[in-house]
Design a protein around this ligand. Sequence first.
Ligand code: CUA
Length: 433
Amino acid sequence: MANAYALGEAASRTTVQVDALFLFITLVSLFFFLLVEGLLIYFAIKYRRKKGAEPAATPDIRGNLLLESIWIVIPSLVVAAFFYYGYRVFRDIRTPSPGATDIHAVGRQWLFEFRYPDGRSSINELRVPAGRPVKLILTSDDVIHSFFVPDYRLKQDMVPGRYTTLYLHPDKAGTYPILCAEYCGVSHSTMRAELIVMEPDAYAAWREKKEAPAGLSLAERGKALAEKSGCLGCHALEGKEKIGPNFGKVFGRKVLLADGTSMTADEEYLRESILDPKAKVVKGYPATMPTFKGSLSPEDVGAIIAYLTSLSGGGREEKGEKEKREGAPANKDGEAEAVRKGKTLAETYGCLGCHSADGSVRVGPSFQGLFGRQVELESGGKATADEAYLRESINQPRAKVVKGFPNVMPEFKGKISEEDLSAVIAYLKTLKR
Ligand code: CUA
C-alpha cells in the first residue's frame, strides 16, 4: 500500500492518478492552513495590548471591496480546481478501456469468486497478466460487499441483483491484497482475496498448465484449497466454533440435521454439502454457506474431502468401526452416540445459554456435577438430581425449582421427544465435577 509518489514504481496508473490528486488537495489545503494560522499568530502578537498603553479606539472599517473580492474569488477557484481535477481522475478511472478482458467477480458471504472468459474460475484469487486492462463485472449473491484494491486506490460496491463495473490497469507484476470494504456480516474481516499480476509469459504458462501442482498429496492439496477458498473463514479446525461446524473430526461423525434427521458425515455427505450446502444443514447452524458448484472442480472437491478425512485421524478405522457397529449394535457405541447427540441438543435448544457446562453460574444451576447431587429446593426440602428429577425439571421446570435460582425456565414438555430427552440426560450424566 505504498505511496506512489514516495516509493518508486506504482502498482497501477490509477495509483499515481489518485495519489497525485490527494497530494494536490493536501498541499493546497496545507498552504492555506499555514497562511491563516500564520497570520493569526502574527496579528495576535502585533496587535496585542501592550503594558501601560492607552486603550486605542477601534478603527471603523466599513468594508473593502478589493479584499472581499480576492477572498471570494481565490477560494472559489481553488474549490473549482479540486472539483475539476477530481472529475478528470474519476472520468479517467471510469472510462472503458479498449481491449479489456472481461472477468466476472461475485461477492458472497464471505469470499470472492472470479470467473474468466475461458470458463475457468477461482476463489479469492484473481490472476491477470501485466500490461492488459481488465474489466471486472461485479455483483453479489447475498448482501452488499465492496471490492477494494488498496494498492490501486480503487473501490467499488458489489450489489445483489445488479452489475457494477471496475477497470483495473495492472501495470506492474506482483501480489496485491483485495479486501471487502463493506460490513457484510460476522466474517466480513476474513473476506479477502489476492490480485496476482503475472508477467505475460508467466501468465500464459500458468494458463496452459493443468491444475494439480506436483509434489503435494491429495490431502495437502485439499488443505491448500480449503485455505484458498475461504472455507476456514467460517469453519474452525477445532476449538471455538465460527459460523459453521468445526472441520476437525467432522468426517465419519454422526450429524443432527435441521430437519430432525441425522446422518453420518461420509464422503457423499461432504460432497453434497460443498456443492449444495442448503440440502442438509446441520442443526443449530445458519444456512448461509454459498454453493461451490462450478467453482471447485470434482478433483478439487475430492482433495478437500481427503483433507477433511485426514483431520479426523484418517477416518478409515472409524469407518471400519462403524461397519462393525452396524453388524452388532454394541451398547457402548450407542451410549457415546446418545451423549454426543445430547450435547448437540443442549446447544440447539439453548440450554447452555442459561446453564454452563463448566461449573460457572449463569441463570440456572451449572450442568457440571449436577447429576446425582443433592439440591435444596425453593419450596423447602431436598431432592436428589437423579434421572427422574432431571426428566421432570426439563418437562416441567416449575415443579421443583432449586433454591436461589429464578423460576424462569420454559417447559419442554411436548417440545422434546422422549429419545432426545434421554440423550440430553445421558449428556448431563457425563458432566462430572
Ligand atoms: Cu463482504 Cu464485508
